[in-house]
Design a protein around this ligand. Structure first.
Ligand SMILES: Nc1nc2c(ncn2[C@@H]2O[C@H](COP(=O)(O)OP(=O)(O)OP(=O)(O)O)[C@@H](O)[C@H]2O)c(=O)[nH]1
Ligand SMILES: [Mg+2]
Length: 305
């Protein structure tokens, strides 16, 4: 595929529908697939990051105005850069929290779909991992309402479906702070774990503070963090697609390289419950029949699509 295509379209009345043309592309993929998706608030550089992961300056469409750009879920299948005979499927998702759209249920569906479809999910945000950034991820706390995995006649607890959840990367963009905790230098991962620390107590305030953190910790036991500096001079950020590559800052390129290498090395081929590797073809069936556990013995998804 030389350019991304729309996999799940978001209609003006908020419905999500799968695009047949994308399904046909996937059906031809016989190779195992590694699926990496990016989610996060709108206008935070998600599409640009996915293009970098594809090793390209352009691909997923970027927008430089205040209006959100990506709608639904877009897909780009490329040969895996390091794993032989494997396809890397990149999913770029609609930005969450768009004031113009103002539909958080729709956002939760997009978020839940990205979780279900991926081997690795990248949560993208700008600035810092502060309380606001974590609270803005209320979609994590709503995951279980939207995703139910059941075998017939059997209630399965949270820990069962966590087995099928992707590994989790928090990408913090335009990070300008010093990474120090109590005066000591901290790694990106220590920074993430520090931000996810729970407070003691059971006041409503403490419980509200802890809830999104507990959900992230429980649903995503495998976690990683990358903090990205500004990609270029602030005057240039609106023109990243057409910018002379020499204008992209070296520290940004270094973090992007580490981030990409980590994903290429650690993102697993999507597996089914019985250990079967998911190929493009199986992935389509999986998506189409997520609500029919008998078919894949895997997921039961309520109220989606
Ligand atoms: N400051 C800054 N701007 C960036 C960065 N990456 C991309 N941009 C710019 O931010 C704007 C939005 O980038 P996109 O990649 O389209 O952001 P998005 O999150 O996909 O946006 P939606 O699809 O609307 O949710 C564009 O003008 C990009 O050039 C970054 O790391 N820092
Ligand atoms: Mg986008």
């Amino acid at each position: 595929m030389d350019k991304p295509v729309c996999l799940i379209d978001s209609t003006s009345d908020g419905k999500l529908c799968v695009q047949e043309s994308a399904v046909q592309i996937l059906q031809k993929i016989e190779q195992p697939v590694v699926v990496v998706s990016v989610v996060g608030l709108y206008r935070t550089g998600k599409s640009y990051l996915m293009n970098r992961l594809a090793g390209k300056q352009t691909g997923f469409a970027l927008g430089s105005t205040i209006q959100s750009k990506t709608k639904g879920i877009w897909m780009w299948c490329v040969p895996h850069p390091t794993k032989k005979e494997t396809t890397l499927v990149l999913l770029d998702t609609e930005g969450l929290g768009d004031v113009d759209k103002g539909d958080s249920k729709h956002d939760t569906k997009i978020f839940s779909l990205a979780v279900l479809l991926s081997s690795t999910i990248v949560l993208n945000s700008r600035g810092t991992i502060d309380n606001r950034a974590i609270e803005e991820m209320q979609y994590v706390t709503e995951l279980t309402e939207y995703i139910k995995i059941k075998s017939p006649d059997e209630v399965v607890d949270d820990s069962e479906f966590v087995k099928f959840f992707p590994s989790f990367i928090w990408a913090v963009r335009d990070f300008t702070l010093q990474r120090k905790i109590n005066g000591k230098d901290a790694t990106d991962d220590e920074y993430l774990e520090f931000a996810l620390k729970l407070k003691l107590g059971n006041s409503v305030q403490v419980m509200n503070y802890n809830l999104p953190r507990e959900c992230i910790r429980k649903y995503f036991p495998s976690r990683k963090c990358f903090t990205f500096p500004f990609p270029t001079n602030p005057d240039n950020v609106s023109y990243l697609e057409t910018l002379d590559p020499a204008e992209i800052s070296k520290p940004f390129l270094e973090v992007t390289d580490c981030f990409s290498r980590f994903i290429f090395d650690h993102s697993q081929v999507k597996n089914l419950k019985d250990g079967h590797k998911v190929t493009g073809r199986v992935w389509v069936i999986l998506r189409k029949h997520m609500w029919k556990p008998s078919l894949v013995g895997l997921c039961h998804v309520w109220r989606m699509l």
